[in-house]
Write a protein that binds this ligand. Structure first.
Ligand code: HEC
Ligand code: HEC
Length: 450
């Protein structure tokens, strides 16, 4: 990654200057200890504007088992929004009890991933929907059947009509995918304690957790897990230092990862670096679900990605740091028990303080330099967060994959939010927009329906 940046340095100069100014602003405001702009991890935007009607339609579709052949499996079967957005299994169980080959990732914050799936075979959230719906082991549907079933529903015809008034056919494969993708975009978990800390609340993390973050950077984890999603913006081989697959044995097609998409030898066993945002809630881990606990996953990273030993207390501190990355989604405050702990310690931090600061006072100053969708922009354009400062690079971090990330054009559905001059605009997709997640409270129709 860094080599690449070095060769590109000259033509990036204006950009760098811009960033320095941004940092100066943050510091001069006096509100930011370390300054979000200086860190390789960016806060998740507090709000993303989505088309309310489409997202509500998408929410229903996401929870609707009629998308499967025998009306038994919905997207939520494997992506439980009340349990971290995954299914807690080693590999997923789909229709007729058929099991898959890889671990179900969380759907939370998937809008911030540069591609979807472990091997990145779907470019957009909309493209992604075809996968599970038609998969023989997941929902085993065909589109015409789904469309027919939805036409027979009491509400869908009207809802589709309202959201897609100009479509030739209101309920169609395209529109179903579009509505689900809109709902996916609303699944963000802002205001984690880590983000509160990034935004200047120095009390939001304990000393142990701050140490964990320092170690996360020092050991080089951050050279792969970075940006707003703490991952999700590059492919990397699993087993860069030590051969994981030789040790585990029984190599499956799914283990070949990105190679299945590109056919390039160098992409063998390369996977999209997973986001760590919701990792505290999505055990078991790794593409094959082989790591039972977060600590096991961290151990595997030390062994296979870094090839080094580390004292127990360092690994524990890193685990503690990862747990601070969980934010809020409507009625689920994934950071709540942890937030409570901190509140108990310091007496001074009410649970919701971060929300208020950010959505009112701080937003004004911050918007100059950290636009609402800055995380999206950084990931999509491949201007990895690491570019604006020196980030330790773990030995063995693969140039090719990162290079690809940098060259990739943004996913189409996010690309549309980036205007010509490179400024990110809010994710506005229709006339009737509203904030998807203003305060983490369950307000209105975007409930998960559980
Ligand atoms: C039977 C379980 C199952 C069902 C049903 C299912 N998924 Fe998934 N989902 C998975 C698994 C497993 C993966 C990872 C597959 C891979 O990477 O090859 C995945 C991946 C994803 C991803 C990509 C996340 C990332 O970080 O790459 C998204 C988004 C997603 N699913 C949304 C959906 C939607 C929307 C539906 C319904 C149309 C759905 N899923 C239905 C199991 C399921
Ligand atoms: C060279 C790039 C690289 C480095 C360095 C790296 N990781 Fe990873 N990380 C990955 C990849 C790729 C995966 C997915 C591997 C797989 O599932 O096959 C992953 C998976 C994980 C997971 C499991 C997430 C999930 O949802 O399954 C955790 C946790 C994690 N890494 C933490 C860390 C920590 C902590 C460090 C530093 C000690 C670290 N990583 C260093 C690339 C890296």
């Amino acid at each position: 990654m860094n080599t690449k940046q070095k060769t590109r340095k000259p033509d990036r100069l204006p950009h760098r200057l811009l960033r320095v100014c941004g940092l100066g602003l943050a510091l001069s405001l006096g509100s930011v200890e370390y300054g979000a702009a200086a860190e390789p991890i960016k806060p998740i935007p507090i709000t993303i504007e989505v088309n309310e009607a489409k997202a509500e339609l998408g929410r229903r579709l996401f929870h609707d088992p009629r998308l499967s052949k025998n009306d038994t499996i919905s997207c939520a079967t494997c992506h439980d929004l009340s349990a971290g957005g995954d299914d807690g299994q080693v590999v997923s169980t789909g229709i007729e009890g058929r099991t898959g080959f890889v671990n179900s990732p969380t759907v939370f914050n998937s809008a911030f991933n540069f591609k979807q799936f472990w091997d990145g075979r779907a470019h957009t959230l909309k493209d992604q929907v075809d996968g599970p719906l038609q998969s023989r082991i997941e929902m085993e549907s065909i589109w015409p059947d789904v469309v027919t079933k939805l036409f027979q529903d009491e509400d869908y015809p009207r809802m589709f009509e309202e959201s897609y008034p100009n479509a030739a056919q209101t309920i169609s494969r395209e529109n179903i995918k579009d509505a689900i993708a809109e709902f996916m975009r609303s699944l963000i978990t802002p205001n984690s304690r880590f983000d509160q800390w990034l935004r200047g609340n120095t009390e939001a993390l304990s000393e142990h957790e701050k140490e964990g973050y320092a170690l996360f950077k020092r050991y080089g984890c951050v050279s792969c897990h970075q940006g707003a999603n703490v991952g999700g913006n590059m492919f990397q081989v699993f087993g860069v230092i030590n051969d994981y697959f030789r040790k585990r044995g029984n190599i499956t097609d799914a283990d070949l990862g990105r190679f299945n998409v590109t056919g390039n030898e160098v992409d063998k066993h390369a996977f999209k670096v997973p986001s760590l945002r919701m990792a505290a809630h999505t055990a078991p881990y790794l593409h094959d679900g082989s790591a039972e606990t977060l600590r096991d996953a961290v151990d595997a990273m030390f062994e296979f990605q870094l090839g080094r030993e580390a004292p127990d207390e360092d690994k524990e501190a890193i685990v503690a740091f990862i747990k601070t990355l969980s934010g809020e989604y409507q009625n689920y405050n994934y950071g709540s028990d942890l937030v409570q702990e901190v509140a108990d310690e310091s007496q001074e931090i009410p649970v919701a303080s971060g929300i208020q600061e950010i959505s009112t006072g701080e937003a004004a100053g911050e918007s100059q330099e950290v636009p609402v969708a800055s995380g999206v922009q950084e990931i999509s354009t491949g201007e990895a967060a690491g570019e604006s400062q020196e980030v330790p690079v773990a030995s063995g971090v693969r140039e090719i994959s990162t290079g690809e990330a940098a060259r990739e054009s943004p996913p189409a559905d996010i690309a549309e939010t980036i205007s010509k001059n490179g400024k990110a605009r809010p994710l506005r997709t229709g006339r009737t927009t509203r904030k998807a997640s203003k305060s983490g409270k369950a307000d209105g129709p975007l409930r998960t329906g559980r």
